[in-house]
Each structure stands twice: as structure tokens, then as C-alpha cells.
Design a protein around this ligand. Structure first.
Ligand code: 5GP
Ligand code: ZN
Length: 113
């Protein structure tokens, strides 16, 4: 979709630190990480909100969530991890392309409430 930052990242028109890619999903480091290793996963098809995802798209995305979470755990050694979605502007969504956040949490103060 024109004018979507995440569609441009998927297309390679905006650079990102890629974590994972397959035919359906793309995962990359957040440009303003809330904690070390903060990562986003998105469907390659532009979908703004969770209501817009097909079951297949949701399934394809969540199928790789354990793999990505495990890789982040292995790489960064967090004590825990928040997985979250801000759905709609009122809920804090700032980029209108569905995304799930992986936010690793650390024993030391990590700055994320
Ligand atoms: P939201 O507030 O919509 O749930 O989260 C959007 C996230 O996208 C934010 O954490 C923000 O830092 C991240 N973000 C916004 N623009 C870019 C960008 O151009 N590149 C990357 N890698 N992340 C971005
Ligand atoms: Zn998009």
C-alpha cells in the first residue's frame, strides 16, 4: 500500500534490521526499541487492524511467533517477554499496518513499565 511505512520496509524501500522473512510474514527490529531486542512482526499483505486479518493470515503470522520469540530469548537472554498489539489509534497504534510487538524484559530496570 502506498504511504505505509511497513509496506515500504517489506518491499525493501526503507531499510530495516530484518529478523525473519517468509512468503507471508516479515519481522524486523523496532527503530525506537523500548528494550533491547524489541522486534515487530507483520503480515506482508497490508492489513490495518486485527479485524482485517484473514484466519489464514493470522495463522501464518502466529505460526512463527514461537520461533522468533525463541531466537530473541537465545540472543538477548531476557528474563521475560511482552507480546502485544496496539489495535487502533485509541489503543496506541501509530502505524496502520497490523503488527505484533515482541518486547524482551530484563531483570535489571529496563525502562518499560
Ligand atoms: P505502534 O505504536 O503502532 O503499536 O507501534 C509502531 C512501532 O513502529 C513503534 O514502536 C515505532 O518505533 C516503530 N516504527 C515506526 N516507524 C518505523 C520505521 O521506519 N522502522 C522501524 N524499524 N520501526 C518503526
Ligand atoms: Zn502496509
Amino acid at each position: 500500500m502506498d504511504n505505509c511505512i511497513f509496506c515500504k520496509i517489506i518491499a525493501g524501500d526503507i531499510p530495516s534490521i530484518k529478523i525473519y522473512e517468509d512468503d507471508n510474514v516479515f519481522a524486523f527490529m523496532d527503530i525506537m526499541p523500548l528494550t533491547k531486542g524489541h522486534t515487530l512482526i507483520v503480515p506482508k499483505t497490508h492489513r490495518a487492524l486485527v479485524y482485517d486479518l484473514t484466519s489464514q493470515e493470522a495463522s501464518d503470522l502466529f505460526a512463527v511467533v514461537p520461533k522468533i520469540a525463541s531466537a530473541l530469548k537465545e540472543t538477548f537472554g531476557p528474563a521475560g517477554m511482552n507480546l502485544l498489539n496496539n489495535n487502533g489509534a485509541k489503543a496506541g497504534q501509530s502505524v496502520a499496518h497490523f503488527h505484533l510487538h515482541f518486547i524482551p524484559r530484563y531483570d535489571e530496570t529496563d525502562g518499560f513499565a
